[in-house]
Design a protein around this ligand. Structure first.
Ligand SMILES: C[S@@+](CC[C@H](N)C(=O)[O-])C[C@H]1O[C@@H](n2cnc3c(N)ncnc32)[C@H](O)[C@@H]1O
Length: 351
């Protein structure tokens, strides 16, 4: 996929905010698959509407009129494509979108954009204010017979803490994509002043003082995901499930944030992981091309190979011995059928 591509990996509008491009690639690809899948079965599932909620909408770091590098413009494009596709398939249902933004200036631009650019056939609405305080109004806006997807992408971590999100997480027929600012959370987790906040954010007290690197990340993220899931409606047949994409710092080999995904359906996990595989490749390509551009600028010398060729040398993300060990632990002398549910369990368990 990436071979032969180079510094053109990131569209100009995303230069300097490359990690947003990764986030948006995931949002774009997943939202489209999700709304088409649910839309095609909406009648059978009893959904009259598809609702999209952007809880921290912006616009943010994009001064252009077309807001080309924002989640707002991306959602317009995807919702429009979904509506047209579903209509072609004779599956007409209402598609609605809600955008929440606290900042006054950003909100004025958001409202203006909604007024001028809302695609035909999509109902859009904007609320100004603090998303945390507006949660009840947001829930009221989501019709009870609607399926809802929540994109929660604040700049910090407080508004997406487990305690804060509980009312929203309890909504049935909902999926979530949450930006979990691990870099900030991990630093705060070692500071005495933040311990009470940490309990609210992660859902319980977590002692990570002696943990570093991957072990620390696994523990913090694991507790956060587990407690988010515990707040979701679940039955033994349909347990709450979660997966994530790790987004690295542009320059350092360090996690910047995780995009945490929550669903009640095993198919959601399988589709999300499939899409996240493609996004991981985009991320590798962007990192390689960003580093290459910086090298070229520093040395003044062009390089023989494109960034796409350089990522070929990146090793696999998991050791084959680990995969073997996992499967050997699973196999038995009896034939075992791995259906979608078991596959989703496996994906969740191994990430
Ligand atoms: C990271 S930016 C959003 C980027 C946008 N989702 C995108 O992908 O293009 C976060 C936005 O949320 C807004 N914001 C921060 N805290 C908020 C809150 N508590 N309630 C509502 N909006 C908030 C900020 O003003 C900013 O515009």
């Amino acid at each position: 996929m990436a071979k032969g591509r180079d510094t053109t990996a990131v569209p100009p509008a995303y230069r300097g905010k490359e990690t947003s491009f990764i986030k948006h690639e995931l949002l774009k690809a997943y939202l489209k698959r999700l709304f088409l899948i649910i839309g095609m079965s909406a009648q059978r599932l009893g959904f009259a509407e598809l609702c999209y909620v952007d809880g921290f909408a912006g616009p943010w770091q994009d001064e252009s009129d077309d807001l080309g590098s924002t989640s707002i413009a991306i959602s317009f494009r995807i919702l429009d494509e979904c509506r047209k596709e579903l209509e072609k398939q004779n599956r007409s249902l209402r598609i609605r979108a809600l955008y929440v933004e606290r900042d006054k200036t950003a909100f004025a631009r958001l409202e203006n954009y909604l007024r001028e650019q809302t695609p035909a056939g999509i109902d859009t609405k904007a609320f100004q204010g603090d998303f945390v305080e507006l949660q009840e109004a947001v829930l009221d806006w989501c019709a009870s017979r609607g399926f809802a997807f929540f994109f929660l992408d604040p700049k910090g971590w407080m508004p997406v803490g487990v305690k804060v999100l509980r009312p929203l997480l309890a909504r049935p027929h909902s999926e979530f994509l949450i930006n979990f600012m691990y870099d900030f959370v991990s630093r705060a987790a070692s500071m005495g002043d933040f311990q009470e906040h940490m309990v609210d954010v992660l859902g319980e007290r977590v002692d990570v003082l002696d943990l570093h690197g991957v072990a620390r990340e696994k523990r913090i993220l694991g507790v956060y995901r587990r407690n988010l899931k515990l707040s979701m409606p679940a039955t033994s047949r349909w347990p709450a499930r979660s997966a994530y994409v790790r987004v690295l710092d542009r320059w350092k080999e360090r996690t910047k944030y995780h995009l945490v995904y929550l669903t009640g359906h095993p198919h959601g996990i399988v589709v999300f992981m499939e899409i996240s595989e493609g996004v991981a490749l985009v991320q590798k390509l962007i990192r390689a091309s960003t580093k290459q551009a910086s090298r070229v600028q520093r040395t003044g010398q062009a390089e023989l190979f494109g960034a796409g060729d350089l990522i070929e040398s990146d090793g696999p993300s998991i050791e084959i011995a680990e995969v073997e060990e996992f499967w050997l632990g699973r196999l038995s002398s009896e034939p075992t059928r791995f259906r979608e549910t078991e596959f989703a369990d496996l994906l969740e368990e191994t990430d």
